[in-house]
Design a protein around this ligand. Structure first.
Ligand SMILES: [Zn+2]
Length: 149
């Protein structure tokens, strides 16, 4: 992203949020050279991410689908939609920074879980019950033990 003032290509992201229509990420950037702040819109479709499902099939990463899953897990919990959006931004940023273009659905779920665990224990367990296909009570119990209840 080139600074509109001095042309320097190095900038840091100072704020990041989905655009109003949800198809792009709006980032506020600050030039590392001259300090000028500017806004960029990065369309999610520019660098498509493929999600590989447990049965081996794949599908395009769908932010809205992840959002729906997280909203369901967070229903009636003290978590705002903005917190969920920034949780997803954080996952997308990590994947982007790692130049990942594919990810296993389980890994994506684990990334969401690691972040949910810091937000809300109940939402974590709800989401875990969907994403990790618990085989038995012991597995479920050991997931619970991972929480600081
Ligand atoms: Zn600059």
């Amino acid at each position: 992203m080139r600074c509109p003032s001095c042309g320097n290509i190095e900038s840091k992201v100072v704020d990041s949020r989905p655009s109003e229509d949800g198809t792009a990420i709006r980032r506020r950037r600050e030039c590392l050279d001259c300090g000028r702040r500017f806004t960029t819109y990065e369309r999610l479709g520019d660098n498509p991410l493929i999600v590989i499902k447990t049965d081996g099939s794949s599908e395009a990463y769908d932010r809205q689908k992840l959002m729906r899953g997280l909203l369901t897990a967070c229903a009636k919990r003290p978590i705002s939609p903005e917190q969920i959006a920034s949780l997803i931004d954080s996952i997308e940023t990590e994947l982007r920074n790692a130049s990942r273009n594919e990810i296993r659905s389980k890994e994506l779920g684990d990334m969401a879980l690691a972040r949910l665990a810091k937000l809300d224990d109940v939402a974590y367990v709800r989401f875990a019950s969907v994403y990790k296909d618990f085989q038995n009570v012991e597995e479920f119990a050991s997931a619970l033990e991972g929480l600081r209840l």
